[in-house]
Every structure is written in C-alpha cells, then in structure tokens.
Design a protein around this ligand. Structure first.
Ligand code: ADP
Length: 341
C-alpha cells in the first residue's frame, strides 16, 4: 500500500521550506498575484498579511496545490507545486477558515477519518491521535461529540487534525478568527510548541496585530505584490517616527490644516486623524498652537505593526479584517483615481 505519510528520510533537504519564484496567477484579465518571489525558512512561523483582495488566498491556494499558477513556480519542502503535486500534498497540513469537522462524530472519530484519508500507517494512527490531542489539550475530550465543543475547542481540534499526518508545512488561514483573547493566546502557545517540538514550518494569514507580532517574519501583499518582507521588529524600526492620532469633530478640516499649515500628510484611520512624525511628544504643543481645529484628544505611540500595515497598504489591519467602510472607501477612491497609488 502506498502511504501518504511523508518519509522523513527522503533525500530532499531543501534549504527553504517554501520557495516562491515569480509566482503569478491571472484570472482572465485580473492579475490576482503578480509574479511574487520569497522564501520561507524551515521551522519558521511566517505571517502573510494584506488587505481584502490583495491575493492572499490565491497565493496560499497555489502553494497548497489547489490553484494552478499562470506564471512562475513554487516549491514546498523541495517539491514543485505543479509537477509534484501529490508529494506536496503529503507534506502539508491545512487549517482553513471553513470548519470541516463532523459535529456528529467524536474528536477521535474525526481524527481517524483524516488518518484514513491521508493513509497514515495503521500502527501509527493510535499513538499519533493521542499525541496531537495532547498537543492541543483535548485528550480528555477524545470521545466527546464535536457538536458539544466550544468554538475554541473546535479550532484546536482542527489544528490537531491538520497535524495528524506530521506535515512539514502547516498552512493556517486566520487560525484564531472570532475567538476570545484567552483562547487565541492558548492556540498561539500550541502553535509555538508545535514549531519547537516538531520543527513544523508555519505559513499563516492573519488580521490580528498581536498574531502578526508573534511571527518570525511577515510578508505584506497588496494588489498582488509583496510590498515588504522582514521581521516584525525590523518592519517597525523602518517606520521610525512616532504615530500621532488625534480625535476631532472635523477630521477633514484637521487633515487640510495639517497639510497647509504644517506640511504634514495625515490620513483618516478608524475615524481618527493619524500621521507619523519624529519626536511626536514634543510636537504636540505645536499642534495646539497652530491648528485652528478643535482637538478632543491626542495620543502619541511608538510604531506598531498596524502602522507598518498602514504605511504599506494604506489600510489599517482592522479595516482589512472587517473589510470595513473605510477600507471600501479607500478602494473606491483608488479605483476612481485610476489604479495604482
Ligand atoms: P485575498 O485573499 O487577499 O482577499 P484573493 O486572493 O482572494 O485575495 O483575491 C485576489 C484578487 O483575485 C481579487 O481581485 C479577486 O477578486 C480575484 N480573484 C480571486 N479568485 C478569483 C477567481 N476564482 N476568479 C476571478 N477572480 C478571482
């Protein structure tokens, strides 16, 4: 019987867990992904961020062999996603947003089903089920029906299932979306333990800033192109300046006044006026003195990943998450202004 479980002794010892070379996908006339290139290192937690419609799903689907590229190539654990599709499929685990657990089955039955689907050798099924359930703290719920599980428990079980066949690369699409902060934190502990204990490479999308912060490196994709790729620290350091956010009853007037009186380019972010400036704290008095617009509050903060995201995509991570009105407005304005910024 051919087994779908990766042989850990295969001669392939790729220097990169994922290698993407000029990879592109065009749907008719629409370039969803424009010839992107990047590497993900073995054992890395790699975050893939971008506003709605940026090309995240298309990229992840090409890497998982679910969508065929129209340009370039990609290798996962050393195997080509087009020419060696089956080998890639054996080496990856998927935890996507749409829940696919069977609520009428127990946790264990769901895992067994998956083990069968992936041809996990019979003698390995039992120990491996125990191991992955332990990993996500669900050992005591092994015989519980999934329909009785909370959202966080289901998510953990999905992660356990994605790990069952010992994938070399785990793809997580918004792994903790909609979960409460405690559950999110515990899922993050599992993911980190997984990376440390099993050396699994993790490729994930997220709209949560704290989750992005947790990644070893982050790539931001916008309109089909990778606009920046680095560690969270380096990305924040590159922004440099402090972020000043001010609340005012008339944001448009404030933005105009900032530009005309102080030569500052500000934007509207989550209903507040935001801009970056060196030594933000000592700049605040000047704002009050020179801006003839009522200000209800001012906050000065060091750059965050949200600032990085805003700088590179023109949207806040929250806009991107909710596809909020602000994001839509910007997209519409960009479209009206004729394509690229
Ligand atoms: P994201 O996951 O970042 O929201 P997607 O990869 O889903 O972005 O989409 C990128 C672009 O490709 C969008 O403009 C989207 O409308 C387009 N697109 C995605 N899938 C298809 C498809 N099957 N057919 C046509 N256009 C598509």
């Amino acid at each position: 019987m051919s087994t779908l479980v990766p042989d850990r002794h295969t001669p392939s010892t790729p220097s990169a867990a994922i290698e993407v070379a000029a990879l592109g996908k065009t749907y008719g006339e629409v370039p969803a992904v424009r010839e992107i290139s990047f590497d993900v290192r073995p054992g890395e937690v790699f975050g893939f961020l971008g506003p709605n419609g940026a090309g995240k799903s298309t990229t992840i689907n090409m890497l998982c062999t679910l969508v065929t590229p129209t340009a370039g190539s990609a290798r996962v654990d050393g195997f080509d996603v087009v020419r060696e599709r089956d080998a890639v499929r054996r080496r990856i685990g998927l935890v996507f947003q749409d829940p696919t657990l069977d609520g009428y089955l127990t946790a264990e039955q769901n895992l067994r089903l998956h083990a069968e689907l992936y041809g996990v050798p019979r003698e390995l099924v039992e120990p491996r089920i125990g191991q992955v359930l332990d990993m996500v703290d669900l050992a005591d719920r092994r015989t519980g029906k999934v329909m009785t599980f909370s959202g966080g428990m289901r998510r953990r079980l999905e992660i356990a299932r994605g790990l069952l066949h010992s994938p070399r690369v785990l793809f997580l699409d918004e792994p903790t979306i909609g979960l409460d902060p405690q559950t999110r934190a515990s899922i993050w502990r599992y993911i980190r333990a997984l990376q440390q204990n099993e050396g699994t490479t993790i490729f994930m999308t997220t709209h949560y800033m704290d989750e992005a912060e947790f990644c070893d490196r982050i790539a931001i994709i916008d309109r089909g192109e990778i606009v920046v790729l680095d560690t969270p620290e380096a990305l924040k350091a590159a922004i440099g300046a402090d972020r000043v956010t001010l609340d005012t009853p008339d944001p448009d007037a404030a933005i105009t006044a900032l530009r005309e009186r102080l030569g500052i380019d500000a934007e509207l972010a989550d209903g507040a006026v935001a801009f970056h400036i060196e030594s933000g704290g000592s700049f605040v008095p000047r704002l009050f003195a020179e801006l003839d617009v009522p200000i209800t509050s001012i906050a000065v903060s060091r750059p965050s990943l949200d600032d990085v995201f805003l700088r590179h995509t023109g949207a806040t991570m929250r806009d991107a998450e909710t596809g909020g009105r602000a994001g839509e407005m910007r997209a519409m304005m960009r479209a009206m202004a004729g394509g690229r910024r």
